[in-house]
Design a protein around this ligand. Structure first.
Ligand SMILES: [Zn+2]
Length: 414
């Protein structure tokens, strides 16, 4: 396929390299940990300014608080930041949703706050790959589309949520509603360090188990106490034993808290755990097992067990529409000499949410980088131009009618 009609826009992206690197650094230096509401607000402001050039309809969207469990086993509302949406060409026949998140796993008190060059290709910094680099790629690809003669043939919406790193519980309703208005979705999560994209993804659930027992003096009246730590331990072991029972299901008791002075029989304990499933039917299986274990523990004398939480993300299978989208991107990559491969992963992201809402999507079109969620997080800066060209060419080919996209599900309206 000839690249000639698209060459000037692809070259323009090449010229943006330094600008893109500068933007990534600027965004990475704003701390936007999922619970840092002031930082998220500053991030939203910086993004609004970056996207100003698109002259799109801009909206800041309030999100509902979610329920969280503190160390004492008490439920409390967890407030989150606002989501940011930009919409352009609503009347165009083809509508694409471009998504990313503005939050990171590094809170305001985390020691990792600065960017450092590892070598001239590799920039280390908080969120540079996950997902600030992706936001810059998304923006640059849209700039190229909007500069092209085919601008207006594709309608697009950018949706950036502030709570992806804590499971997108507050933004899940907004994501599901937005998905219905589009034909396909592109999410700018980082790809794997070798550039491979994520194919099928597992589903995920987060749960908290709160045990209440009875306090007593450990010396004088030990027999009157009902030890919550023992109960939560039995519960954790029983859960862990479910591992290996069903292929594709893993259970990870990941946090435990309870007790106090050791001369008191502890009357409260908390355990948080994560469950991954590879098929929708696993959810029911797990819930039945959990119920059985809960009943057993609750029958212990003087012990109460409450479970909070549930499955926030369904598995994302590689269905026909999603596979077609992968193949479209692969063909686009071929014309640019960019190899496009994908493989299944146990991780999940908002691509799971879009898929659950029926929107085919490819969710790792962001920067190439690695060591995400650690102080060694890095981005390969050459991937900024490469990925922006890949996405821009895909959109321009669709807009110019050289490539065609139709999914089996029809969207419900704009
Ligand atoms: Zn991410």
């Amino acid at each position: 396929m000839s690249l000639v009609p698209y060459q000037s826009q692809l070259r323009w992206i090449e010229d943006q390299h330094q600008q893109m690197v500068d933007s990534v650094i600027e965004l990475a230096l704003i701390n936007s940990g999922s619970l840092n509401l002031a930082g998220l607000s500053a991030m939203k402001q910086a993004l609004t300014e970056l996207f100003e050039v698109h002259a799109a309809e801009v909206e800041s969207i309030d999100l509902p608080a979610t329920e969280s469990v503190d160390n004492n086993g008490q439920l409390y509302p967890q407030a989150v930041g606002q989501a940011l949406s930009l919409h352009k060409h609503r009347q165009a026949p083809l509508q694409v949703l471009l998504m990313g998140h503005m939050d990171t796993v590094y809170g305001a008190d985390h020691h990792f706050q600065d960017c450092t060059w590892v070598d001239e290709q590799t920039l280390n910094g908080p969120g540079v790959a996950d997902l600030k680099g992706g936001l810059v790629i998304m923006h640059t690809a849209l700039c190229a589309l909007e500069r092209s003669p085919w601008a207006g043939n594709i309608g697009w919406q950018i949706l950036i949520n502030p709570d992806e790193e804590i499971g997108s519980l507050s933004s899940s309703g907004l994501i599901a509603r937005t998905a219905l208005k589009h034909d396909f979705g592109l999410i700018f999560e980082p790809s794997l360090p070798d550039g491979t994209l994520a194919g099928a993804r597992k589903g995920s659930g987060n749960f908290s188990a709160v045990v209440t027992g009875l306090a007593a003096h450990a010396g004088r009246e030990h027999h009157l106490g009902r030890n919550a730590i023992r109960a939560i331990s039995e519960f954790s072991v029983a859960l862990d034993k479910l591992n290996g029972r069903v292929e594709g299901v893993t259970i990870n008791p990941g946090y435990i808290h309870g007790g106090g002075p050791v001369n008191i029989v502890p009357d409260s304990a908390l355990m948080k755990f994560n469950v991954r499933i590879s098929e929708p039917g696993h959810e029911d299986w797990f819930n039945r097992q959990l119920d059985f274990i809960r009943q057993n523990i609750s029958q212990l004398d003087g012990i109460k067990l409450a479970i909070h939480g549930g499955f926030g993300r369904k598995p994302k299978p590689l269905e026909t529409d999603t596979l077609n989208l992968f193949n479209l991107i692969k063909a686009t990559g071929k014309t640019l000499n960019i190899p496009v491969r994908w493989k299944d992963t146990g991780g999940c992201c908002d691509g799971n949410n879009l898929a659950a809402a029926g929107l085919p999507n490819v969710d790792t079109l962001g920067a190439i980088g690695g060591a995400i969620h650690s102080k060694d997080e890095y981005i390969k800066v050459d991937s900024l131009v490469e990925r922006a060209q890949l996405v821009a060419l895909l959109l321009m080919q669709l807009a110019s009618g050289k490539k065609y996209w139709a999914n089996q599900n029809t969207r419900s309206g704009t």
